[in-house]
Write a protein that binds this ligand. Structure first.
Ligand SMILES: Cc1cc2nc3c(=O)[nH]c(=O)nc-3n(C[C@H](O)[C@H](O)[C@H](O)COP(=O)(O)O)c2cc1C
Length: 260
Protein backbone atom coordinates (compact mmCIF):
# COMPACT_ATOMS: atom_id res chain seq x y z
CA UNK A 1 0.00 0.00 0.00
CA UNK A 2 1.54 3.26 -1.20
CA UNK A 3 2.09 6.17 1.21
CA UNK A 4 -0.68 8.72 1.75
CA UNK A 5 -0.70 11.46 4.36
CA UNK A 6 -4.01 11.09 6.21
CA UNK A 7 -3.78 14.45 8.00
CA UNK A 8 -5.02 12.83 11.20
CA UNK A 9 -1.99 13.31 13.47
CA UNK A 10 -2.06 15.75 16.40
CA UNK A 11 1.13 17.78 16.92
CA UNK A 12 2.91 15.18 14.77
CA UNK A 13 1.80 12.29 17.02
CA UNK A 14 -0.04 9.21 15.80
CA UNK A 15 -3.69 9.25 16.90
CA UNK A 16 -6.00 6.29 17.47
CA UNK A 17 -7.77 7.22 14.22
CA UNK A 18 -4.49 6.68 12.32
CA UNK A 19 -3.84 3.36 14.08
CA UNK A 20 -7.35 2.06 13.36
CA UNK A 21 -7.08 3.06 9.68
CA UNK A 22 -3.85 1.11 9.09
CA UNK A 23 -4.90 -1.81 11.28
CA UNK A 24 -8.07 -2.20 9.17
CA UNK A 25 -5.94 -2.27 5.98
CA UNK A 26 -3.68 -4.92 7.54
CA UNK A 27 -6.70 -7.04 8.50
CA UNK A 28 -8.03 -6.57 4.99
CA UNK A 29 -4.98 -8.34 3.59
CA UNK A 30 -2.46 -5.63 2.65
CA UNK A 31 1.01 -7.22 2.82
CA UNK A 32 3.17 -4.09 3.17
CA UNK A 33 1.87 -0.75 4.40
CA UNK A 34 3.99 2.33 3.70
CA UNK A 35 2.74 4.96 6.12
CA UNK A 36 2.18 8.57 4.95
CA UNK A 37 5.27 10.74 5.10
CA UNK A 38 6.89 11.56 8.45
CA UNK A 39 8.98 14.72 8.86
CA UNK A 40 12.65 14.35 9.82
CA UNK A 41 13.54 18.02 10.34
CA UNK A 42 12.83 19.34 13.87
CA UNK A 43 12.86 22.97 12.66
CA UNK A 44 10.97 22.87 9.37
CA UNK A 45 8.32 20.45 10.58
CA UNK A 46 5.55 19.29 8.30
CA UNK A 47 2.32 20.68 9.70
CA UNK A 48 -0.94 19.74 7.93
CA UNK A 49 -1.43 17.33 10.85
CA UNK A 50 1.31 15.17 9.36
CA UNK A 51 3.35 12.56 11.18
CA UNK A 52 6.71 13.52 12.72
CA UNK A 53 9.75 11.37 13.37
CA UNK A 54 12.14 14.23 14.20
CA UNK A 55 12.42 13.51 17.95
CA UNK A 56 12.64 10.44 20.18
CA UNK A 57 9.42 11.62 21.87
CA UNK A 58 7.46 10.33 18.85
CA UNK A 59 8.77 6.75 19.22
CA UNK A 60 6.17 5.39 21.72
CA UNK A 61 3.22 6.49 19.53
CA UNK A 62 4.86 5.02 16.42
CA UNK A 63 5.60 1.78 18.32
CA UNK A 64 1.91 1.45 19.17
CA UNK A 65 1.14 1.79 15.43
CA UNK A 66 3.66 -0.85 14.33
CA UNK A 67 2.57 -3.27 17.10
CA UNK A 68 -1.07 -3.03 16.05
CA UNK A 69 -0.29 -3.45 12.33
CA UNK A 70 2.02 -6.40 13.04
CA UNK A 71 -0.70 -7.91 15.23
CA UNK A 72 -3.05 -7.69 12.25
CA UNK A 73 -0.55 -9.55 10.06
CA UNK A 74 1.12 -6.91 7.83
CA UNK A 75 4.59 -5.42 7.47
CA UNK A 76 4.93 -1.67 7.87
CA UNK A 77 7.49 0.87 6.59
CA UNK A 78 7.87 4.53 7.61
CA UNK A 79 8.31 7.09 4.83
CA UNK A 80 10.93 9.72 5.66
CA UNK A 81 10.40 13.18 4.25
CA UNK A 82 11.81 16.67 4.01
CA UNK A 83 9.36 18.97 2.22
CA UNK A 84 12.06 21.35 0.92
CA UNK A 85 10.55 24.23 -1.07
CA UNK A 86 7.05 22.79 -0.60
CA UNK A 87 7.05 23.77 3.08
CA UNK A 88 4.78 26.81 3.24
CA UNK A 89 5.93 29.47 5.72
CA UNK A 90 2.47 29.82 7.24
CA UNK A 91 2.45 26.09 8.02
CA UNK A 92 6.01 25.95 9.34
CA UNK A 93 6.07 28.52 12.15
CA UNK A 94 7.14 31.24 9.69
CA UNK A 95 10.38 29.45 8.73
CA UNK A 96 11.41 30.25 5.14
CA UNK A 97 11.47 27.08 3.04
CA UNK A 98 14.78 25.67 1.82
CA UNK A 99 15.78 24.16 -1.53
CA UNK A 100 18.98 23.24 -3.40
CA UNK A 101 18.89 26.67 -5.09
CA UNK A 102 16.96 29.88 -4.43
CA UNK A 103 13.64 29.42 -6.13
CA UNK A 104 10.18 30.97 -6.32
CA UNK A 105 8.10 27.82 -5.93
CA UNK A 106 4.97 27.86 -8.12
CA UNK A 107 3.23 25.36 -5.81
CA UNK A 108 3.48 27.42 -2.58
CA UNK A 109 3.88 30.78 -4.36
CA UNK A 110 6.68 31.54 -1.89
CA UNK A 111 10.42 31.95 -2.23
CA UNK A 112 12.68 29.15 -0.96
CA UNK A 113 16.29 29.91 -0.01
CA UNK A 114 19.35 27.88 -1.03
CA UNK A 115 20.83 25.50 1.53
CA UNK A 116 24.43 25.91 2.61
CA UNK A 117 26.65 22.80 2.56
CA UNK A 118 26.59 22.79 6.36
CA UNK A 119 22.77 22.80 6.34
CA UNK A 120 22.71 19.98 3.76
CA UNK A 121 24.91 17.86 6.04
CA UNK A 122 22.61 18.61 8.98
CA UNK A 123 19.55 17.43 7.01
CA UNK A 124 21.44 14.28 5.97
CA UNK A 125 21.93 13.58 9.69
CA UNK A 126 18.21 14.22 10.33
CA UNK A 127 17.35 11.47 7.82
CA UNK A 128 19.75 9.08 9.58
CA UNK A 129 18.19 9.86 12.96
CA UNK A 130 14.70 9.42 11.48
CA UNK A 131 15.63 5.94 10.23
CA UNK A 132 17.14 5.01 13.62
CA UNK A 133 13.88 6.06 15.32
CA UNK A 134 11.84 4.11 12.76
CA UNK A 135 13.78 0.94 13.55
CA UNK A 136 13.46 1.59 17.31
CA UNK A 137 9.69 2.02 16.83
CA UNK A 138 9.42 -1.41 15.19
CA UNK A 139 9.07 -0.45 11.52
CA UNK A 140 10.23 -3.17 9.11
CA UNK A 141 12.05 -0.65 6.92
CA UNK A 142 11.98 2.91 5.63
CA UNK A 143 11.17 4.53 2.33
CA UNK A 144 12.74 7.85 1.33
CA UNK A 145 10.42 10.14 -0.60
CA UNK A 146 12.61 11.08 -3.55
CA UNK A 147 9.57 11.92 -5.70
CA UNK A 148 6.77 14.46 -6.05
CA UNK A 149 9.00 17.56 -5.88
CA UNK A 150 10.06 17.34 -2.22
CA UNK A 151 13.63 18.07 -1.12
CA UNK A 152 15.36 14.91 -2.42
CA UNK A 153 13.54 15.30 -5.77
CA UNK A 154 14.53 18.99 -5.85
CA UNK A 155 18.19 17.95 -5.67
CA UNK A 156 17.73 15.31 -8.39
CA UNK A 157 15.90 17.59 -10.83
CA UNK A 158 17.72 19.84 -13.26
CA UNK A 159 14.72 22.22 -13.00
CA UNK A 160 15.32 23.03 -9.32
CA UNK A 161 19.01 22.26 -8.73
CA UNK A 162 21.27 24.99 -10.15
CA UNK A 163 24.08 24.57 -7.64
CA UNK A 164 27.65 25.00 -8.78
CA UNK A 165 29.20 22.90 -5.98
CA UNK A 166 29.46 19.14 -5.36
CA UNK A 167 25.64 18.86 -4.98
CA UNK A 168 24.69 20.27 -8.40
CA UNK A 169 25.48 19.92 -12.10
CA UNK A 170 26.30 16.35 -13.13
CA UNK A 171 24.00 13.44 -12.39
CA UNK A 172 26.48 12.12 -9.83
CA UNK A 173 26.48 15.50 -8.05
CA UNK A 174 22.66 15.88 -8.09
CA UNK A 175 22.41 12.40 -6.55
CA UNK A 176 24.96 13.16 -3.84
CA UNK A 177 22.35 14.36 -1.28
CA UNK A 178 20.40 11.10 -1.73
CA UNK A 179 23.43 8.81 -1.63
CA UNK A 180 24.77 10.60 1.46
CA UNK A 181 21.39 10.08 3.15
CA UNK A 182 21.48 6.36 2.30
CA UNK A 183 25.03 6.08 3.63
CA UNK A 184 24.10 7.98 6.83
CA UNK A 185 21.09 5.73 7.38
CA UNK A 186 23.36 2.71 6.85
CA UNK A 187 25.53 3.91 9.74
CA UNK A 188 22.54 4.32 12.10
CA UNK A 189 20.46 1.15 11.53
CA UNK A 190 21.03 -2.63 11.55
CA UNK A 191 22.83 -3.96 8.45
CA UNK A 192 19.74 -5.81 7.18
CA UNK A 193 17.24 -2.97 7.78
CA UNK A 194 15.65 -2.28 4.36
CA UNK A 195 15.87 1.20 2.83
CA UNK A 196 13.92 1.89 -0.36
CA UNK A 197 13.53 5.07 -2.40
CA UNK A 198 10.46 6.38 -4.16
CA UNK A 199 11.40 8.16 -7.41
CA UNK A 200 9.17 9.88 -9.96
CA UNK A 201 9.11 8.31 -13.42
CA UNK A 202 9.17 11.85 -14.78
CA UNK A 203 8.84 15.33 -13.19
CA UNK A 204 6.13 16.45 -15.67
CA UNK A 205 7.63 19.92 -15.25
CA UNK A 206 9.02 22.02 -18.11
CA UNK A 207 12.81 21.80 -18.07
CA UNK A 208 12.73 19.01 -15.47
CA UNK A 209 13.81 15.37 -15.52
CA UNK A 210 12.10 13.08 -18.00
CA UNK A 211 12.24 9.27 -18.23
CA UNK A 212 15.88 9.46 -19.41
CA UNK A 213 16.84 11.25 -16.18
CA UNK A 214 15.23 8.65 -14.00
CA UNK A 215 17.01 5.81 -15.77
CA UNK A 216 20.20 7.71 -15.01
CA UNK A 217 19.37 7.88 -11.31
CA UNK A 218 18.92 4.15 -11.17
CA UNK A 219 22.14 3.43 -13.03
CA UNK A 220 24.12 5.88 -10.93
CA UNK A 221 22.61 4.54 -7.70
CA UNK A 222 23.69 1.03 -8.53
CA UNK A 223 27.12 2.21 -9.67
CA UNK A 224 27.46 4.23 -6.49
CA UNK A 225 26.47 1.12 -4.58
CA UNK A 226 30.08 -0.01 -4.63
CA UNK A 227 30.87 2.73 -2.15
CA UNK A 228 27.60 3.18 -0.29
CA UNK A 229 26.11 -0.31 -0.49
CA UNK A 230 23.17 1.30 -2.31
CA UNK A 231 22.81 -1.73 -4.57
CA UNK A 232 21.51 -3.87 -1.73
CA UNK A 233 19.46 -1.11 -0.18
CA UNK A 234 17.95 0.68 -3.15
CA UNK A 235 14.78 -0.33 -4.94
CA UNK A 236 12.61 1.66 -7.28
CA UNK A 237 8.90 1.83 -6.70
CA UNK A 238 7.85 4.78 -8.86
CA UNK A 239 6.05 7.86 -7.59
CA UNK A 240 3.91 10.84 -8.32
CA UNK A 241 5.25 13.79 -10.35
CA UNK A 242 5.95 17.24 -8.92
CA UNK A 243 3.04 19.06 -7.29
CA UNK A 244 3.49 22.08 -9.58
CA UNK A 245 3.07 19.91 -12.69
CA UNK A 246 0.74 21.09 -15.40
CA UNK A 247 -0.17 17.67 -16.80
CA UNK A 248 -3.88 17.50 -17.69
CA UNK A 249 -5.82 15.85 -14.87
CA UNK A 250 -9.29 15.76 -16.43
CA UNK A 251 -9.81 14.82 -20.06
CA UNK A 252 -13.41 15.44 -21.23
CA UNK A 253 -15.15 12.51 -22.86
CA UNK A 254 -16.24 13.54 -26.42
CA UNK A 255 -19.92 14.49 -26.38
CA UNK A 256 -19.92 14.73 -22.56
CA UNK A 257 -18.13 18.10 -22.16
CA UNK A 258 -19.41 20.15 -19.21
CA UNK A 259 -21.71 23.02 -20.21
CA UNK A 260 -20.57 26.68 -20.03
C1 LIG B 1 -4.23 12.73 0.16
C2 LIG B 1 -2.98 12.12 -0.44
C3 LIG B 1 -1.84 12.08 0.33
C4 LIG B 1 -0.65 11.53 -0.21
N1 LIG B 1 0.46 11.46 0.57
C5 LIG B 1 1.58 10.88 0.07
C6 LIG B 1 2.73 10.73 0.88
O1 LIG B 1 2.75 11.10 2.06
N2 LIG B 1 3.83 10.15 0.31
C7 LIG B 1 3.84 9.71 -0.99
O2 LIG B 1 4.87 9.18 -1.44
N3 LIG B 1 2.76 9.82 -1.77
C8 LIG B 1 1.63 10.39 -1.28
N4 LIG B 1 0.52 10.47 -2.06
C9 LIG B 1 0.55 9.90 -3.44
C10 LIG B 1 0.01 8.48 -3.42
O3 LIG B 1 0.92 7.60 -2.79
C11 LIG B 1 -0.24 7.94 -4.86
O4 LIG B 1 0.94 7.96 -5.59
C12 LIG B 1 -1.26 8.77 -5.59
O5 LIG B 1 -2.45 8.90 -4.82
C13 LIG B 1 -1.60 8.14 -6.95
O6 LIG B 1 -2.07 6.84 -6.80
P1 LIG B 1 -3.63 6.49 -7.03
O7 LIG B 1 -3.88 6.79 -8.47
O8 LIG B 1 -3.75 5.04 -6.69
O9 LIG B 1 -4.39 7.38 -6.10
C14 LIG B 1 -0.65 11.01 -1.54
C15 LIG B 1 -1.83 11.07 -2.28
C16 LIG B 1 -2.98 11.61 -1.75
C17 LIG B 1 -4.23 11.64 -2.60
Amino acid sequence: MTAANLGWCTDGCVTDQVVRFYEARARGGVGLIIVGAAGVDPVRKNQHRMMQICDDAYIPGLKNLTDRVHGAGAKIFAQLMHAGAYAKQTEHDGEIAVAPSEWFCPFTREKAIALTVEEIREIVRYFGQGARRAEAAGFDGVELIGSAGYLIAEFLSVATNHRKDAYGGSLENRMRFLTEIIAEIGSQVSPDFPVIVRLSGTDFVEGGNGPQGIRGHRTAAVTDGGRHRCDRRLARIGGAPDHQQRAPRHVPVPGQEPEG
